[in-house]
Design a protein around this ligand. Structure first.
Ligand SMILES: [Zn+2]
Length: 186
């Protein structure tokens, strides 16, 4: 017995001849993928293997298909199943994106004739209440600040200060998560 030595590489454990197997073992190779037929299902073109097996080794094919449940279904139904799985997967990714912090984007713009404003976008993705944040900025800079859609517009150009103030007020936002988009073009 070699089991003890081979403990770390169990894929190659050889336990000696098995009583339920007739020796020498006849390995059946697939004419489509050239692998032993047991490995066909790992071949990307498994569907073509199946066709080859069904034609050339009908007995073997039946054995391989036995007990596979759903895979015995017509290919149309299998396709439908795959599609459904893919759809579910995409949904999960989307939902995750929504709650993940997206980073902040700061920019400045000119409103009216010579009025400069600073626009803060992305705070909501950190679950920060925009109204409260807007109030905080207004107090901090002694200026007007308002919430429009998912952005905060602060009167005046305070962008440089924000790089220090935001991570200080909300430690979950790192300075590296804040992008400077510069001046917004109309
Ligand atoms: Zn094959």
């Amino acid at each position: 017995m070699t089991t003890a030595i081979m403990d770390n590489s169990k894929f190659f454990v050889y336990d000696g001849p098995r009583k339920d197997v007739n020796y020498p073992i006849e390995v059946l190779y697939c004419g489509e993928c050239t692998m032993p037929v047991e490995y066909c299902e790992y071949y990307p073109n498994y569907e073509r293997c199946k066709i080859w097996l069904e034609k050339n080794m009908p007995d073997q094919f039946k054995k391989l298909m036995a007990g596979k449940g759903d895979e015995n279904l017509g290919s149309e139904e299998t396709e439908e199943k795959k599609k459904r799985q893919t759809r579910g997967g995409r949904g999960v990714i989307k939902a995750k994106k929504k709650t993940e912090p997206q980073g902040l984007k700061l920019s400045t713009a000119t409103r009216g004739k010579k009025k400069r404003v600073t626009i803060v976008a992305g705070l909501a993705t950190y679950d920060i209440d925009l109204k409260e944040a807007s109030k905080y900025f207004a107090t901090k800079f002694s200026c007007g600040s308002s919430v429009t859609a998912d952005e905060i517009v602060i009167q005046g150009d305070v962008k440089d200060e924000l790089f220090d103030i935001i991570p200080e007020k909300w430690p979950q936002i790192d300075e590296d998560n804040i992008d400077d988009l510069g001046e917004q073009k109309k």
